[in-house]
Write a protein that binds this ligand. Structure first.
Ligand SMILES: [Zn+2]
Length: 328
């Protein structure tokens, strides 16, 4: 039987995806439901991941059929989720719209229910998506009538065909994020853009004990995300940390050089650990963060019910958000 003492030795079943180091430290042994989940941090660069993790084929199977059902308890989005996704879509669009040219082709990898692709297409962008979850991809195709193919990004094999790739809360779910970014480098045209959004390891909105869950295989902070993109052959052109949720958004641009493997993130692991360990449960619940969150959620629930109650179908909700009639 494995004891807690043995668990605390610095062992990992796979090397760091960012810097290849195997020098790691355990930072948590529970997921946000209190179930066993061993989460480690690379001492050299600060990348965080779940180790051991389910086998690749198990993960694929899980994502293609169960993920959204287990994770959000739904297969078809509710009206309020469509409304939220449309507002989020416009935020994402505003972050990079000045870089977008009229004829650019955009691919949203992990397109979910397709609300982002639908919103962009209604503005005139040549956008399409790929999504592993069959229910969501079908909803996008049949209800929203947009080109969202069911599948995984590795199945996209049109080299240098896309001007912009977007990855919204996808990278943290993948078993090999570096390989995925290298794959995207291949499908992007010269000087093409990659826009990545991920949760932030340093975000303090979550109680420390509730930070990790099994659907997130990797957790990044701004430094590790930027370094991963640079290692895959990109340069960083823009970066933003969302004020409310702490999410990291980065715009990368494809460069000629294939890879920068000199990862120098000394001090990053220590910085992350100091932030999350300082933010203990007691501090969390005695701070104003959880209470503000409850108030904000209650306020949002009321305003979104008012905004969407007059609409009978999902497209009308998205159209109204895109045109600025509601929710902007
Ligand atoms: Zn590392």
């Amino acid at each position: 039987m494995t004891t807690r003492t043995q668990e605390n030795t610095t062992m990992c079943s796979i090397p760091c995806n960012l810097c290849d180091s195997t020098s790691v430290e355990i930072i948590s042994l529970k997921d946000r439901n209190g179930d066993y989940l061993r989460t480690i941090i690379c001492k050299k660069c600060g990348l965080i991941w779940s180790d051991p993790r389910p086998r690749d084929e198990k993960i694929k199977e899980f994502y293609s059929t169960n993920y959204r059902k287990e994770y959000k308890g739904i297969t078809k989005p509710k009206k309020k989720h469509v409304y939220r996704d449309a507002k989020e879509a416009m935020k994402r669009y505003n972050f990079f719209k000045d870089l977008l040219k009229k004829e650019d082709r955009l691919l949203d990898i992990g397109a979910g229910n397709g609300v982002f692709v639908y919103s962009l297409r209604s503005i005139g962008v040549d956008a399409k998506g790929i999504e592993p979850d069959e229910n969501h991809a079908r909803y996008a195709r049949e209800e929203l009538k947009i080109p969202v193919q069911t599948g995984f990004a590795q199945e996209v094999n049109e080299k240098e065909s896309i001007h912009i790739v977007t990855l919204n809360h996808v990278l943290e779910h993948l078993t090999d994020p570096l390989a995925e970014l290298k794959n995207i480098w291949e499908i992007l045209k010269e000087k093409g853009y990659l826009i990545v959004d991920v949760p932030n390891a340093e975000d303090l909105k979550h109680n420390f004990k509730n930070r990790y869950h099994k659907a997130h295989i990797y957790t990044f902070n701004p430094e590790t995300l930027v370094a991963l993109g640079e290692r895959a052959g990109f340069k960083t052109v823009r970066k933003n940390i969302a004020p409310l949720c702490g999410n990291i958004s980065v715009i990368f641009q494809k460069t000629d050089g294939r890879s920068n493997s000199n990862i120098d993130l000394g001090g990053n692991a220590l910085k992350i650990k100091e932030k999350i360990y300082k933010h203990t449960s007691l501090r969390h619940f005695t701070s104003t963060i959880p209470y503000n969150k409850i108030l904000l959620k209650a306020f949002m629930a009321i305003t979104e019910q008012i905004a969407i109650r007059k609409f009978s179908n999902d497209k009308e909700i998205i159209d109204s958000v895109v045109s600025g009639k509601i929710g902007r």
